[in-house]
Ligand binder design. Structure first.
Ligand code: FMN
Length: 202
């Protein structure tokens, strides 16, 4: 059952991505493509947290490639630049990182009820996802959804960040995630989205 959902979901991503490519190649006017299968009704959201804009840039590219809605996770208390100073062991982010029970609040109500496929994005902080993502994982019901994590970082890989989030929610079908540089091109993001179909059907 889960496999069927994934295949349908990934099919929609690629259909949307193919549509975008067709639009790009035809100066904005869509042309029929016999290789593009009929559209199905899997709706997609790109849900992301960002503080300095890098993850947001990738989220926008994914939303364009996959045809999804963008939803930003907004903290109840915004982070200041002092909060983000990882060189200060007393900074807010350092304290949150050390506190396994820290769950920073989310200011906006996020309605995921209409979505079957969620791309879930965040920056890597201290080798993991920010604690606000832990709040997200524990607050929102991801059951019945396919979740595809992505992150940006200075150099660290995605590591165990996605599996930590998955363990916190224990809901949904999680595909392997991917780390991007904040400056990743649209082509790189598009290739990843397209490759998800190969991964799902292999
Ligand atoms: C508090 C903090 C901790 C960070 N920890 C790491 C890290 O462990 N590894 C890494 O490669 N980059 C780290 N970074 C850099 C961010 O992951 C990187 O700049 C990311 O792309 C920022 O995403 P954003 O612009 O969407 O907030 C850290 C940045 C901050 C502010």
């Amino acid at each position: 059952m889960n496999r069927i959902i994934i295949l349908i979901a990934i099919g929609v991503i690629v259909i949307a991505a193919a549509g975008a490519a067709i639009l790009a190649n035809n100066g904005g006017s869509p042309a029929p493509d016999p290789d593009v299968p009929p559209h199905t009704d899997v709706s997609t959201a790109v849900v992301y947290f960002t503080e300095t804009g890098s993850t947001e840039k990738i989220a926008e590219k994914i939303a364009e490639a996959a045809g999804g809605d963008l939803i930003r996770i907004i903290p109840s208390v915004e982070y200041t630049s002092a909060d983000l100073n990882y060189n200060d062991s007393d900074s807010r982010t350092n304290k949150e990182n050390r506190d396994s029970s820290a769950r920073p609040g989310i200011a906006n109500g996020i309605d995921l009820s209409g979505y079957d496929l969620i791309f879930l994005g965040y920056p890597i902080w201290y080798g993991d996802s920010p604690k606000i993502m832990w709040t997200f994982a524990e607050t929102y019901d991801l059951s019945g959804k396919t979740v595809i994590p992505f992150c940006t970082s200075g150099s660290s890989g995605i590591g165990n960040s996605a599996s930590h989030l998955k363990a916190l929610t224990d809901e949904g079908t999680w595909l392997d995630g991917k780390r991007f540089s904040g400056s990743a091109s649209y082509d790189e993001v598009y290739s990843w989205v397209k490759g998800l179909q190969t991964e799902a059907t292999a």
